[in-house]
Design a protein around this ligand. Structure first.
Ligand code: HEM
Length: 449
């Protein structure tokens, strides 16, 4: 059970030890990004790190994370992680400044309303069935790649339902390149490194152009047809602000790319990690199979089954605790301010890390242990402790969408398949802005109930 945090209201601040001349903490960060960041909590509640010429402040205490995320006029979207993301997301909901955010969020919120979830879930279930329909007993698959293909197909389908074969749109290849490019660039702390014409940077530029063309074409098709397809793109085109104004094509484009980028890798990573955790914890896997056999009795998982699958939901929550895909996020101060009694200059980069918070032993007993039953308690952790979807005005708009997709895919796959990673070295995270696992293979065995 997560511990409720009782603040002492005295917050410590420190500079992380081990900075090298010129490079600062960049080499230590690059060696093992999540563990370097998680280790900072040992030094204080607000810890300064240096990445080349840049000083950044890492917020390690849940009280201060709560302030950071709820005072969104003082701590605006910005800082290294967001600046790199803007290159691909443009001025979409995830990266726009607070000044644009309220209007955008109001316009987009209806697309993620609870009432729309069953419709999206039906499409998700179809894509999950299509994925597993191609599997054969004994197949060996690259798990992150397979989960990525599945979540891409789901996201593309829910965005562009009108395109019958949304799953095969060329958008997949372009998205893949853009997502990988963004992730790689966000972790490069050296200014200018991403402007060097390396093959990787050129691929990124080309993929961005392709993606632009594809989405522009889709937007034009939808505008010409003028029908409501009950998908995300129709919602975007129909959205109106208080003055009755809609989104321009550029704005729609940025939101489409935002949904694709924000939704695909996060959900794929969650599912990939879940398979590694279940394989390493056969007793939990056994209980999951029992839950699925009892409730589903061999038929595919549907949205209305989810309330009857509490262990499935706890496995998703616990996976997101151990491996939060959005593991490091940034803000920038709009003015000189203080946090926890410590001064911050205007324009400072302030980082928060769900991974750091989720691995604090004082917040989660035995934090490295996979224990879905820690979520059996009805008490929810205080805000700022469990933050896989962030908090405050910028909290994830796709939280219910992503959680539903992860639970349906976990249930839909585990009901019929055992996914057993090939024995060998433990699966490590990519060195990336999203906590995705490096490629690993697993054998698929059809379950006999
Ligand atoms: C397991 C899946 C997901 C995880 C872990 C996740 C995580 C997050 C986090 C941590 C944030 C807050 C970022 C910050 O504080 O700077 C966020 C924001 C956002 N997410 Fe998600 N996300 C997931 C799925 C999705 C999906 C499926 C979509 C869309 C289809 C989506 C769209 C967005 C958008 C648009 C924002 C920006 C919200 C705003 O600023 O108002 N996410 N997400």
């Amino acid at each position: 059970m997560p511990t409720q945090y009782h603040s002492t209201a005295r917050y410590t601040s420190a500079t992380a030890p081990g900075a090298l001349p010129l490079l600062g903490h960049a080499p230590a960060l690059l060696r093992n990004p999540p563990d370097f960041v998680a280790g900072l909590a040992a030094h204080g509640d607000l810890v300064r790190i240096r990445l080349g010429p840049l000083t950044a402040y890492v917020v390690c205490h849940p009280d201060l994370v709560r302030r950071l995320l709820t005072e969104d006029r003082t701590y605006d979207k910005g800082g290294i992680v967001v600046e790199k993301a803007r290159e691909a997301f443009g001025n979409g909901l995830a990266t726009c400044p607070a000044a644009d955010h309220r209007r955008q969020r109001r316009m987009l919120q209806p697309a993620f309303h609870r009432d729309r979830l069953p419709g999206y879930a039906a499409l998700m279930a179809e894509e999950i069935a299509a994925t597993t329909g191609g599997w054969r007993d004994g197949d060996v698959v690259d798990v992150p790649a397979a989960m990525y293909r599945l979540s891409t197909a789901v996201t593309a389908r829910c965005l562009f339902a009108a395109h019958e074969r949304a799953g095969s749109l060329p958008v997949h290849a372009a998205m893949d390149q853009v997502a990988r490019g963004v992730a790689r660039r966000m972790v490069l702390p050296l200014p200018g490194a991403d402007r060097v014409p390396t093959p990787g940077n050129r691929r990124f530029a080309r993929a961005r152009r392709d993606l632009r063309e594809i989405t522009d074409r889709l937007i034009a098709d939808y505008r010409t047809a003028g029908t409501d397809h009950h998908d995300l793109l129709s919602m975007l085109l129909g959205a109106r602000d208080e003055d009755g104004r809609g989104l321009s094509d550029d704005e729609v484009h940025d939101q489409v790319v935002t949904f694709l980028l924000a939704g695909m890798e996060t959900t794929a990573a969650t599912l990939s990690w879940a398979w590694t955790l279940l394989a390493a914890n056969p007793a939990v896997r056994e209980r999951l199979h029992t839950e699925l056999d009892t409730v589903l009795d061999g038929r595919p998982a549907r949205h209305q089954d989810l309330p009857a699958l509490p262990l499935t939901a706890r496995i998703v929550s616990e996976t997101l605790r151990l491996h939060p895909p959005a593991w490091i996020l940034s803000r920038t101060t709009t003015t000189a301010t203080e946090l926890g009694g410590h001064p911050l200059p205007a324009g400072a980069t302030v980082l928060y890390s769900p991974y750091l918070l989720h691995r604090r032993a004082d917040l989660f007993p035995c934090p490295d242990r996979f224990d879905p039953d820690r979520w059996l308690t009805t008490a929810r952790p205080a805000p700022g402790i469990y933050t896989p979807f962030g908090l405050g005005a910028r909290r994830c708009i796709g939280e219910a969408f992503g959680s539903t997709e992860a639970a349906l895919a976990l249930a839909g796959i585990a009901a019929h398949w055992s996914v057993t990673p090939t024995p060998g070295r433990p699966v490590r995270p990519q060195r990336s802005a999203s906590l995705s696992p490096r490629p690993f293979t697993a054998t698929l065995a059809r379950r006999i109930r």
